[in-house]
Design a protein around this ligand. Structure first.
Ligand code: ME8
Length: 542
């Protein structure tokens, strides 16, 4: 019996509201989870069986900057965290993300278990008390090594603010003890850190000797230093927010029903937090004798006008902007743009209105939408909207071996998704639609239709062509459905071909004779156009 898949996203800081970057990472994870559910034929709501897929997201609430922003808004840190955690949930619900749990680090189920994990590390001698002096990046709440600080001219690599020299008594994690094992693991598992450029970056930094890292902060009299989980048996120290946060991937599933989820299969994030996830986290896991996650995937950034978007710079694409795009072009169009044009590899992506409209028209309005309505219209016109026969398995044209094309597309989509290439997986559906368009151009069913009266045999050929088109569109729509969560189901309802629940993708993409195939006598209703064409000259909605 295989293990349920476990996919995680970072947990986001609640000092501010969510934006496109957060939605993108959780969206990539949502799309991967949906491909995986398709692949396995996961029954609805099943996250924990051998065919299950579990998607975790949430919020990271013990950062010092949460205390600062809360004070600026006359709220307690927890009130402020409650408010922003709710904003994150709202944003993710608006985006249609099907997460199975949303963890907040202020929840008791998390805090009590963090304490237990740290106790375990203390017991094993992997956490000890010592002195620390280092370069502190206030804006990112992290210490930087001398090398990194020097490389960046003693300024924050992210915000450019000056670094501050700090000294404190701290609990340390014995990171140095696990460097060798980690390096070996990375060498033996080329897919562990992805994409390739990020893996090389980590390998480069691992050539230097790692120092043990401080994992606690002093508790003082001011409010900011009291916010956080206390070190076990030492109320003068609290757990460093990053260590607290990393544990969420374990605390969320630390119940008897959920424990089979570990190790995580994919941990998704952006490149800013790769070091914590690709180095510190695996070493902590080794210290706890837990298996390491399958893939640590760090995508690049969404940028605006060529500049990094960040809370510190305040120049991000907000949820309001995203809502306006969804209102004008549909939520699915927004999801499509994010997942196909986003910074999924190692290059940053610009959020641009012109590009949005171009992609929307090409892939959706003129792509799936137009192709589905052309095919639907012809079946209605020539066959009264009733599917005249099962889709023939032998090609109506020698260049279009539909069973092979569709199975190939399904396999390709799955391979891409398993490699975390969401855009590549969705592209398989687009390519299949382009094939259908070519097939229509080559076989010219509209011309053939004019000969039916004179030549009744032509009607059989016409039926074969159109049913092949419709069946290929059905399969393309399934491959695009992890992004198109309302439009693909709308098409299935109109064509009476909702995929049977619990059917794995390999069967759903079976052309003509699969459990989800269009059947002779099935009815194709002409619904509304799935996607209206967008006018490239129209001003951006926001
Ligand atoms: O780092 N483009 O939280 P955070 C793409 N709490 N993705 C972006 C982005 C952008 N411009 N901006 C943000 C933290 N992100 C910690 C994580 S995990 C145990 C603790 C996304 O609120 C991306 O996923 O600063 C990035 O890694 C994350 O938000 C950082 O979110």
């Amino acid at each position: 019996m295989s293990k349920p898949r476990y996919i995680t996203t970072p947990i986001y800081y609640v000092n501010d509201r969510p934006h496109i970057g957060h939605c993108y990472t959780t969206g990539m994870a949502d799309c991967l989870a949906r491909f995986e559910r398709l692949a396995r034929g996961t029954p609805a709501g099943d996250a924990l069986s051998g065919r299950g897929v579990f998607l975790l997201t949430g919020t990271d609430e013990h950062a010092d900057k949460v205390v600062t922003s809360a004070a600026a808004h006359n709220m307690t840190p927890l009130q402020w965290a409650d408010r922003n955690a709710a904003e994150f949930r709202r944003a993710f619900d608006f985006c249609g993300f099907a997460y199975d749990d949303f963890i907040r680090t202020t929840q008791e189920r998390h805090t009590s278990r963090v304490e237990a994990f740290i106790r375990e590390l203390l017991r094993r001698g992997d956490v000890y008390l010592g002195d620390y002096e280092g370069w502190w990046d206030e804006s990112q709440e992290e210490y930087l090594t001398e090398t990194v600080a020097h490389e960046h001219g003693y300024q924050s690599p992210v915000t450019g603010r000056p670094l501050v020299k700090r000294r404190e008594k701290n609990y340390f994690f014995r990171l140095s003890a696990y460097q060798q094992r980690l390096s070996e693991h990375i060498a033996a598992n080329p897919g562990f850190i992805r994409p390739e450029a990020r893996r090389n970056e980590v390998l480069g930094r691992l050539r230097e000797q790692l120092q043990d890292i401080p994992i606690s902060r002093a508790v003082g009299s001011d409010a900011a230093t009291q916010w956080g989980i206390r070190m076990p048996d030492d109320p003068g120290h609290r757990v460093y927010v990053w260590i607290d946060a990393l544990f969420n991937y374990l605390t969320a599933i630390d119940t008897p029903e959920r424990s089979p989820l570990w190790p995580a299969d994919v941990q998704m994030m952006a490149k800013d937090i790769l070091w914590f996830h690709a180095v510190i986290w695996p070493c902590m896991l080794m210290a706890l004798e837990k298996p390491l996650p399958g893939v640590i995937y760090a995508h690049a950034y969404w940028v605006r006008e060529g500049r990094k978007m960040s809370k510190s710079l305040g120049n991000f694409v907000t949820i309001e902007v995203m809502e306006q795009y969804a209102a004008r072009y549909s939520l699915d169009a927004l999801r499509w743009y994010l997942f196909t044009q986003g910074p999924h590899g190692s290059t940053d992506a610009d959020f641009g209105h012109g590009k949005f409209v171009e992609v929307y028209n090409a892939d959706l309005a003129n792509g799936l939408g137009n192709c589905a309505s052309r095919v639907g219209n012809m079946i209605e016109k020539y066959f009264g909207g009733v599917i005249p026969c099962a889709a023939p398995l032998t090609p109506a044209h020698p260049d279009f071996d539909w069973p092979a094309l569709c199975e190939g597309a399904g396999r390709g989509a799955l391979e891409a998704a398993r490699g975390c290439d969401v855009a590549g997986a969705l592209q398989q559906g687009v390519d299949l639609i382009r094939k259908v368009d070519q097939f229509i151009n080559v076989t010219a069913p509209f011309k053939l239709a004019k000969t039916i009266e004179a030549d009744p045999a032509a009607k059989g050929t016409l039926a074969a062509i159109l049913v092949q088109c419709a069946e290929a569109v059905r399969i393309a729509s399934i491959l695009m459905s992890p992004a198109l969560i309302t439009k693909a189901p709308a098409l299935w309802r109109a064509w009476h071909c909702v995929p049977p629940e619990g059917t794995p993708l390999a069967d759903l993409v079976r052309f003509g004779d699969g459990p989800g195939s269009l059947r002779q006598g099935g009815v194709i209703t002409k619904g509304e156009a799935l996607f209206m064409r967008a006018d490239p000259a129209e001003a951006p909605p926001a």
